[in-house]
Write a protein of this length. Structure first.
Length: 230
């Protein structure tokens, strides 16, 4: 469903409706035809769905009334931003599932009580090196370094794409997370090769990295870089 911001006339739109996608990039707003790829149930997609289902069941069957009340209050006091940057308040169960899904995804332990704070320090710089060879190199240098004791670098990347490809973010897939308190650089070659296989020199890779707190589920918006494989 498309989201539209109205002024005297509509001033912005995001999402899809009736086969049309509304979005924007550095050049401004644009509209393109919606193309729906085949959504095969991969092991990764199935695991994500199962995780959310289990968290929803846990909310209903296991949390105490006091914990539910605490999560509802926490959700009201910690709104999120939508695609337009506007404040949006989630429900208690949405917030519980959202934060715990982030924690479990990077190997943390589920929390039953809301965290005291969602404050988190992210990375402010990132340089990705990708080189085809024996072995392939996929390394992410970042700063400041190292990150905090409860933090991990969360990495999304695309498969190797043709050099002429300019729109790449829709190909991003999660490939893995670093160790806690990771120091620069993070060697993500094993995770990348396990996901996409060997690299080819001259192709492009889109890379996005953010920071996740394994004890609260807080995360940063992340940094993005498009690199050419050397």
């Amino acid at each position: 469903m498309a989201k539209i911001m109205f002024g005297a006339l509509a001033t912005d739109a995001r999402g899809k409706i009736a086969g049309v996608v509304y979005s924007k990039n550095a050049a401004g707003a644009y509209i393109r035809q919606k193309v729906s790829p085949t959504q095969s149930l991969t092991a990764r997609r199935g695991a994500v769905r199962e995780r959310i289902t289990n968290l929803s069941k846990y909310w209903s069957a296991t949390l105490t009334p006091a914990q539910v009340t605490a999560w509802n209050g926490f959700a009201k006091n910690n709104p999120v931003s939508d695609v337009f940057g506007r404040s949006q308040t989630l429900s208690g169960i949405q917030t519980f599932c959202r934060l715990n899904a982030e924690i479990l995804n990077v190997g943390g332990t589920q929390i039953d009580d809301p965290p005291g704070s969602l404050t988190i320090e992210g990375i402010t710089s990132m340089t990705v090196t990708a080189t085809a060879g024996a072995p392939d190199v996929f390394s992410i240098a970042f700063g400041p370094s190292p990150i905090g004791a409860n933090l991990k670098i969360n990495v999304f990347a695309t498969q190797p794409l043709p050099s002429g490809r300019t729109f790449t973010k829709n190909y991003l897939r999660w490939i893995g997370a670093s160790a806690a308190a990771q120091a620069t650089p993070y060697n993500a070659a094993a995770a990348y090769l396990a996901k996409f296989g060997a690299m080819t020199a001259g192709n492009k890779i889109g890379v996005q990295a953010n920071v996740v707190d394994t004890t609260t589920g807080a995360k940063t918006t992340g940094l993005y870089q498009l690199v050419t494989i050397g």
